[in-house]
Design a protein around this ligand. Structure first.
Ligand code: HEM
Ligand SMILES: *[C@@H]1O[C@H](CO)[C@@H](O)[C@H](O)[C@H]1NC(C)=O
Ligand SMILES: *[C@@H]1O[C@H](CO)[C@@H](O)[C@H](O)[C@H]1NC(C)=O
Ligand SMILES: *[C@@H]1O[C@H](CO)[C@@H](O)[C@H](O)[C@H]1NC(C)=O
Length: 319
């Protein structure tokens, strides 16, 4: 009887492992096949940061876009072709840049361990490094993603928009297995980077028929945004930083959010619901609590599975 039940238990455990085996990620995935993978990606990110302080924000947003469209399968990296317009040329591509950092890491990795490390894994590692090298937490990234062969511009319409309210955000996240807690923690990614005027124009011009400016926005903050982004803005790259310390990964974003000094309606939406507002206050209060939650939610987001089947040789082209 004893023997029988432990035998059965063993069988169930093995079956579960096999069932997961096809697409489960693991932290030691490249231990035998490419042990230097993490340090090579870190080097590429560090090197790029020396010349351009906007690189970390770009890499973090790149991973978010990758995971929200077709799962984390490197689809955000594919170039358009003669017959197909890719995600990077689709709507909402406005802030995507620094693809060259992924290319540089990939080139080194192809020389060291050809055909082994997926582009999707490089993006996940680069996003982690971007956070850590900006003064944020570090964590162990589960690896083993496969690259997809498709990238379709129109699918980027499925990304959450900066004009979204709390229920639209909740729906967008829950469709991908992410909770309201994940929404609040991951929105903290807006501690890094910049937004173009077009992304928050809805809040500072013609907000509603009776109010030109979103009344939930701090008055003088709104006025300063209106000066940088007039109604008919002609300056190409005009915009605003997402928080007052845009190259430091800290909890400033949440503090400003409580003061009505967030940039997007989707940020402000987090304080329109009692549950999410409580979390915002907690993260504004404690950088440690924020970092802990952010790491947990990043690992969840970066595990959204895609339909990838290959390890691309060039991150911009399907094999
Ligand atoms: C909750 C839904 C989200 C919405 C609606 C949203 C929307 C946006 C928009 C509109 C921009 C600015 C684009 C531009 O004008 O250049 C932006 C920038 C950014 N987002 Fe989000 N985002 C969301 C979630 C996230 C998540 C989950 C992350 C990562 C964890 C993230 C990281 C970033 C970063 C780092 C930037 C700055 C990019 C740069 O400066 O290059 N966002 N986001
Ligand atoms: C991908 O597109 C970029 C930008 O248009 C171009 O510079 C690059 O050469 C392309 N790469 C490949 C492999 O097609
Ligand atoms: C965004 O898409 C437009 C239109 O296809 C394209 O001209 C532009 O280069 C793209 N931006 C990036 C960063 O790829
Ligand atoms: C959010 O916007 C949608 C679509 O406009 C609307 O149906 C919904 O009632 C709004 N929810 C909240 C909480 O405002």
């Amino acid at each position: 009887m004893e023997f029988c039940s432990s035998f059965l238990l063993g069988f169930v455990v093995v079956a579960l492992i096999n069932w997961n085996g096809s697409n489960a990620l693991s932290s030691n995935y490249y231990e035998q096949t490419c042990p230097m993978v993490e340090s090579m990606v870190t080097n590429a990110v560090k090197k790029a940061m020396l010349n351009d302080r906007t690189v970390p924000a770009a890499l973090l947003r790149m991973h978010f876009h990758d995971c929200f469209i077709r799962g984390c399968d490197g689809s955000v990296l594919l170039n358009s072709t003669a017959t197909n317009q890719a995600e990077k040329d689709g709507p909402a591509n406005i802030s995507l840049h620094a693809f060259y950092v992924i290319d540089n890491a990939k080139k080194v990795l192809e020389a060291m361990c050809p055909g082994t490390v997926s582009c999707a894994d490089i993006v996940a590692l680069a996003a982690r490094d971007a956070v850590h090298l900006s003064g944020g937490p570090s964590w162990v990234v589960p690896k083993g993603r496969k690259d997809g062969r498709f990238s379709i511009a129109s699918e980027t319409r499925q990304l959450p928009a900066p004009t979204f309210n709390i229920s639209q955000l909740q729906q967008s996240f829950s469709q991908r297995g992410l909770s309201m807690d994940d929404l609040v923690a991951l929105s903290g990614g807006h501690t890094l980077g910049f937004a173009h005027c077009s992304s928050f124009q809805n809040r500072i011009h013609n907000f509603a028929t009776t109010q030109d400016v979103d009344p939930s926005m701090h008055q003088s903050f709104a006025a300063s945004l209106r000066r940088v982004c007039p109604m008919h803005n002609k300056v190409n790259n005009a915009g605003a930083n997402l928080d007052s310390t845009p190259t430091t990964f800290d909890n400033r974003y949440y503090k400003l959010l409580l003061e009505g000094k967030s940039i997007f309606s989707s940020d402000q939406a987090l304080v329109t619901n009692p549950t999410t507002k409580t979390l915002v206050a907690k993260f504004a209060d404690s950088r440690q609590e924020f970092e802990k939650a952010f790491v947990e939610s990043m690992i969840k987001m970066s595990s959204i599975s895609g339909g990838g089947q290959e390890v691309r040789l060039n991150c911009r082209v399907a094999n």
